[in-house]
Design a protein around this ligand. Structure first.
Ligand code: FMN
Length: 387
């Protein structure tokens, strides 16, 4: 028999006549475990409370919010409650009904409501972590609160990140290659009002299309087991693509076709679901969504399905971004969309997990041209004093 768990004890508890005191040993082990579990829960509760207070402060545009505050007293409107529901969905993966949110106006009630939605609570009863390193991340977050101050966030982005060793080896480069490859890729956040042509849409999606080589079906990106479980969906607003109706569509990579899947009515206000990118999404007219089909991967890859799907999704985004600039189409990945709600509005089948989204729209040639002409180099030319 192999023990399932080993635990270290500082010394053996002994009975008065010098034998191992088994009862005392059990109390020592169980008591210690409970104590560290309680301490960990307490740390997690504090981190969650801090996250919720920062989230409310950000949505209500206040410098800070304390645990004694109350959404009504802070003047939260129904629009702000919707933004809060969306942020909670991004945080927990579940969207609270507005009626419940409206009842949890005191901060401690709001924190309790969100705690009940958090995957941690589900995880305690449902087995191992689904992400490699998920537990490490949770522990890290418990002791490193998220930076919410806008200035501190900006400083964080520009802080030097030393690589840790003085011994570096310069890699050789051929002098004629002085330009990063595919350097025209970038995120675009300003779009013009024109509709995309059906051909531009077709060419935008064509990197995702199945092709054949040596008699085998292939795609331009890698996929675990060649299963290609990540599906692409489009949300078109009115006037997004010449001659096409607004609504939700699924991209069929085998036939390079679009299959209608949801009505425009269900998707008309999705820009409002994002609190940070609302204006960009309102201007973009096209949303590209990626969903993982569990039916297509989980029977073979079990708990690795989700990380594998995310990796595939990243490769897809990169391909689309690289292809888009020469089509005068701009793309921007969006990190704060409530994905479960979007999945519902797209009528995704129950096994699909909505993974990620990108805003897309027509680019003004007056903006695109100068960007394409801008030289991209490995070395930065900087005037003295520019810092
Ligand atoms: C997962 C992910 C989420 C992102 N979310 C947003 C977002 O919500 N809003 C936004 O404006 N840009 C978003 N971006 C774009 C990044 O800000 C952008 O890639 C980064 O600033 C580098 O600039 P570049 O893409 O132009 O090279 C996201 C990018 C990734 C990969």
């Amino acid at each position: 028999m192999v023990p399932a768990v080993f635990r270290r004890v500082e010394h053996w508890p002994l009975t008065p006549n010098g034998k191992l005191d088994r009862k005392a040993l059990l109390v020592k082990i169980d008591g210690g475990e409970q104590h560290s579990a309680v301490a960990k829960t307490h740390q997690n509760d504090q981190a969650l409370e801090q996250t919720v207070l920062s989230m409310v402060a950000e949505i209500l545009k206040r410098p800070s919010v304390t645990a004694d505050d109350n959404l009504v007293a802070l003047g939260a409107s129904s629009l702000e409650l919707i933004a809060l529901a969306s942020r909670i969905e991004v945080l927990s993966g579940k969207r609270p009904p507005l009626t419940e949110l409206a009842r949890a106006v005191r901060m401690p009630d709001l924190v309790a409501l969100i705690a009940a939605l958090m995957p941690e609570t589900a995880k305690a009863t449902s087995g191992p972590a689904l992400w490699p390193g998920e537990d490490v991340l949770r522990d890290y977050l418990a002791s490193h609160p998220t930076i919410t101050d806008p200035v501190a966030r900006r400083l964080f982005k520009t802080r030097p990140r030393p690589i840790g060793s003085a011994d570096t080896i310069a890699l050789e480069a051929r002098p004629e290659i002085d330009r990063p490859p595919v350097a025209d890729r970038r995120s675009w956040r300003d779009f013009c009002d024109s509709a995309l042509s059906p051909l531009a849409l077709s060419e935008l999606l064509s990197p995702l299309r199945r092709h054949y080589a040596e008699g085998q079906a292939r795609r331009l990106y890698a996929s675990a087991g060649g299963l290609y479980p990540v599906e692409t969906y489009l949300v078109l607003q009115p006037g997004a693509v010449e001659g096409m109706d607004a609504g939700g569509y699924r991209y069929d990579a085998d036939g390079h076709k679009l299959v209608p899947c949801a009505s425009h009515e269900a998707l008309s206000d999705i820009a409002g679901l994002s609190s940070g990118n609302r204006d960009m999404l309102a201007a973009s007219k096209v949303l590209i969504c990626f969903a993982l089909s569990l039916d297509a991967i989980a029977p073979l890859y079990d708990t690795a399905s989700l990380p594998f799907g995310m990796i595939e999704c990243g490769a897809i985004c990169q391909l689309l971004e690289q292809a888009s600039a020469r089509l005068s189409v701009g793309l921007c990945q969006i990190g704060d969309m409530p994905l479960a709600e979007l999945g519902r509005r797209l009528n995704l089948p129950a096994d699909r997990i909505c993974l990620h989204v990108m805003a897309a729209g027509a680019l003004d040639p007056a903006m695109l041209g100068p960007w394409l002409d801008t030289p991209k180099t490995y070395e930065q030319d900087m005037m003295e004093g520019e810092l």
